[in-house]
Design a protein around this ligand. Structure first.
Ligand SMILES: Nc1ncnc2c1ncn2[C@@H]1O[C@H](COP(=O)(O)OP(=O)(O)OP(=O)(O)O)[C@@H](O)[C@H]1O
Length: 586
């Protein structure tokens, strides 16, 4: 059964808490035992206590009864506490495991799966699991035991009456299973719809300025509302099935009790059984019926949880297509290399993005970069310059060809170690809603405050940071809305300084900068590039002039390389680009 699959996948998460699970089961058995003994207590109370007319007998039976009640109370407390505890604990562990796993997945995974959809799985699906494990699972376990125990007691007490009761069971179980299954698939749909709503919401709010600038509010409102309504419609379907489930369970189980009472009543009248017998029989029947009803209700819930579990497990089962190798230490490889020796080498690299498998972005590209060299990449928009950086960072692997560092393919190195070799200054600096200090320290969590401030100074960032209301402790809003383009870039440069990696990947952004900040960024970059092997996507003449070599990329291929002067003469595309891009500086 699919519910079983859901539970199986959770077993590894339950394993560390075996002790608590065993204790919960013991509490479960004790409470079920106490509850079932209560029926016998009722029989005693009527037949021995009341019918005997002895007050002492009555008191004695009551004391036994109260002891059972006490046991039941304490046992229930322990059962509920332990089952809920395990539920919460497991869900917390699952959240952590899913997040850690997601961080290892390659960026291509997130192109196919929207982050907000994933977020919904981690938050709303696990919350559903939490509440279901915390309450429904506890009820389901208790009810199952009560059902079994109750039937056993009934069989021992009165075989004929029990058989009458049991003939009703298939009438209850079959519809319960049928509706339960439907609830489950609808529940999955319902969670998917909730995720859709979440996705729409986060998109609109993230791009609120665009929404407002294009006065797109009404349109967004309508689309959001139709997403919400769709989620509502799916939920209503689920609710209908669940309500029907409950209706069936009550009608059938209670109907069975009615019939049984009728037969039992006849036996009491004929003197075949005592009134106490019938009362305790009734007690067990109600327990059994109650257990069936409760089970039918929670089976729906458990099915919902299994649906949610499935969605979470799907995430945990995705494996990253970018994995690291075991090959020797990158650091020692690096330190063995001499200035001017081949450092990075691209051999016949062909690459398509996974979302466009038939459109190669880089075609048979070969390139050698020497240690300490500064190589500028120029080319029209869409030529594949940023893609080259993404391959070096191993966000993707080429379909053909290889990228080598020293004596090995970069795929052979441990992924983390390899990425330690690269410092990226991206065109768009990602900032987090944390303090400036935290944002800078992102590059290297081992460094102390002084080193961070020193790096900020060298990146020409200290000056504007000091002017912020709380200096280095100022929180940057989500997406760093409180910083200008040039300031953000200087933060990125400071990060690269802190990372102190031997290879620098620089994606210049000029558009965001005015002359003054450009000058400051320039100075900071110069310092950063000294003694490093640098690949720079160049938009500035200064960068191009300072580069040891300029590579001209067009449609994923290198069409020329050389110095600025050489290329101006030899490469028409370069000349055109230079006129356009650097025209104002020429
Ligand atoms: N994640 C992606 N999925 C699919 N195609 C992509 C992806 N990223 C980039 N591309 C495509 O790959 C091609 C090369 O893009 P790339 O960003 O490398 O160009 P670029 O030379 O850096 O351009 P620019 O100077 O405008 O940044 C483009 O046609 C682009 O549309």
């Amino acid at each position: 059964m699919a519910l079983g699959t859901g539970i199986n996948t959770f077993l590894p998460f339950l394993k560390p808490y075996r002790r608590q699970v065993v204790l919960a089961l013991i509490a479960l058995v004790i409470t079920a035992g106490a509850m079932l003994s209560l029926g016998k207590g009722v029989q005693f109370l009527i037949d021995k206590g009341l019918a005997s007319g002895s007050e002492a007998g009555l008191t004695q039976t009551l004391l036994v009864f109260l002891s059972l009640v006490f046991l039941l109370g304490v046992g229930s407390f322990c059962r509920f506490y332990l089952v809920s505890w395990v539920g919460e604990r497991v869900v917390a562990d699952i959240r952590k495991a899913v997040f850690s796993h997601l961080l290892t997945l390659s960026p291509s995974f997130f192109e196919d799966n929207s982050p907000s959809e994933i977020q919904s799985r981690i938050t709303s699906d696990t919350t559903l699991l939490q509440s279901v494990i915390g309450s429904s699972l506890s009820i389901a376990l208790r009810s199952s035991l009560m059902l079994l125990g109750g039937i056993l007691f009934l069989l021992v007490m009165h075989f004929k009456l029990t058989l009458i009761l049991l003939t009703c069971v298939p009438f209850v179980v079959v519809p319960v299973l049928y509706f339960g299954r439907r609830v489950r698939s609808l529940s999955r749909d319902s969670q998917d719809e909730v995720a859709n709503v979440g996705r729409y919401l986060s998109q609109a709010l993230r791009h609120i300025k665009v929404v407002q600038a294009f006065t797109h509010e009404r349109h967004d409102e309508e689309r959001f509302s139709s997403a919400v309504e769709q989620a509502f419609r799916v939920s209503v379907k689920r609710i209908t099935q669940r309500s029907l489930l409950t209706l069936m369970a009550i009608l059938l189980s209670m109907g069975g009790i009615g019939v049984m009472l009728w037969f039992g009543g006849k036996d009491v009248i004929s003197g075949a059984i005592s009134a106490g017998d019938l009362a305790s029989f009734l007690f067990y029947s109600i327990i059994v019926a109650g257990a069936v009803t409760a089970l039918s209700e929670v089976i729906g819930e458990l099915q919902r949880a299994a649906g949610a579990a499935e969605r979470i497990m799907e995430l945990l089962n995705v494996s990253s297509d970018i994995t690291g190798g075991q090959e020797g230490s990158v650091d020692s490889e690096n330190s063995n290399m001499l200035q001017g020796e081949t450092f990075i080498e691209l051999n016949q690299v062909t690459f398509c993005y996974p979302t466009r498998p038939n459109t190669p972005v880089l075609k048979n590209l070969s390139l050698t970069i020497k240690q300490g060299e500064t190589v500028a990449l120029v080319g029209p928009s869409g030529a594949g310059k940023s893609t080259l950086f993404e391959l070096l960072l191993r966000f993707y692997d080429p379909q053909q060809g290889e990228i080598r560092f020293g004596h090995h393919d970069i795929k052979d190195y441990d992924l983390t170690q390899w990425r330690h070799q690269l410092a990226l200054v991206p065109q768009e600096t990602a900032l987090f809603d944390q303090s400036v200090l935290d944002n800078l320290g992102y590059a290297n969590r081992e460094t102390d405050k002084n080193a961070i401030i020193d790096a900020a100074k060298r990146a020409n960032a200290d000056e504007f940071i000091q002017l912020l209301d709380k200096g280095y402790d100022t929180r940057l809003g989500e997406d760093g809305v409180r910083l200008s383009g040039g300031q953000r870039q200087r933060i990125a440069i400071a990060r690269a300084i802190l990372k102190d990696a031997p290879i620098l990947l620089l994606d210049e952004a000029t558009s965001a900068l005015d002359a003054q900040s450009e000058h400051k960024v320039q100075a900071a970059l110069k310092l950063l590039m000294a003694d490093r092997t640098t690949l720079v996507i160049a938009h500035r003449l200064a960068t191009v002039l300072n580069a040891d070599r300029i590579i001209v990329l067009d449609q994923g291929q290198i069409i020329a390389q050389g110095t600025h002067v050489q290329l101006l003469e030899e490469c028409a595309l370069y000349k055109r680009l230079a006129d356009l891009q650097f025209g104002n500086m020429n």
